[in-house]
Write a protein that binds this ligand. Structure first.
Ligand SMILES: Cc1cc2nc3c(=O)[nH]c(=O)nc-3n(C[C@H](O)[C@H](O)[C@H](O)COP(=O)(O)O)c2cc1C
Length: 204
């Protein structure tokens, strides 16, 4: 059975959006049906306008549909992407996640495959803490974390066992082939696990 995968991301200046498209490509290559969705912007217009890269990315991605709770309910696997903010998930992605209380209360977020990816400016700026914070939430969902691990050689060259990450170096280091390859691997791996879960009865 082909998995249904929702790639739900937030990106201010495009790095995480680039990873999201590569994750989606990997899931599609593994046979999944994919929805690529962005979390709604919550920052004030003045803040966005003060940063040309942010303003430009907002214009460039205005046609990407905004994520809704239905995208999670539809999916067998959900892959979240967020820039690192103070070593943590962005407010924008968290606002979307926090809107899922009604679905959480009904157990509708459980038993799906979940994974995450991030971009941070600096090498040790909190990539791993961001992904682990995201995975704390997945535990509350009753979801199943599908991390890349070291299950592909790309993890030794780029990527991490927690999820794909990128070092943007304040916009000086655009996404490279290795990060894209790690992201594609992650998308494919989640799609394969999600396909197994889609047909499974996890009632105990
Ligand atoms: C408020 C704020 C907090 C940030 N915190 C961190 C951080 O803790 N560590 C880090 O390396 N980069 C940090 N950054 C930089 C972003 O994580 C980085 O630029 C990222 O690549 C942006 O992704 P995007 O292009 O998808 O928006 C921060 C940026 C902002 C605006």
């Amino acid at each position: 059975m082909a998995a249904k995968i929702a790639v739900i991301y937030y990106s201010s200046t495009g790095n995480v959006h680039g990873l999201a498209t590569a994750v989606a490509e990997g899931a599609e290559a593994a046979g999944a049906e994919v929805r690529l969705r962005r979390a709604a912007e919550t920052a004030p217009a003045e803040a966005i306008a003060s940063n040309p890269a942010w303003q430009q990315h907002r214009v460039d991605t205005q046609d990407v549909e905004e994520a809704t709770a239905d995208d999670i309910l539809w999916a067998d696997g959900v892959i979240f992407g967020t820039p690192t903010r103070y070593g943590n998930v962005t407010a924008q992605l968290k606002a979307f996640i926090d809107s899922l209380g009604p679905q959480w209360a009904q157990g509708q977020l459980a038993d799906k495959a979940y994974s995450g990816f991030t971009s941070a400016s600096t090498t040790h700026g909190g990539h791993e803490s961001t992904l682990l914070a995201l995975y704390t939430t997945v535990h509350h969902f009753g979801g199943i974390v599908v991390a890349p691990g070291y299950n592909d050689p790309i993890q030794f060259a780029s990527g991490t066992p927690y999820g794909t990450t990128h070092i943007s170096a304040q916009g000086e280091n655009p996404l490279g082939d290795q990060e894209r390859a790690a992201a594609r691997f992650q998308g494919g791996r989640v799609a394969k696990v999600a396909a197994l879960l889609a047909g499974a009865d996890l009632t105990v």
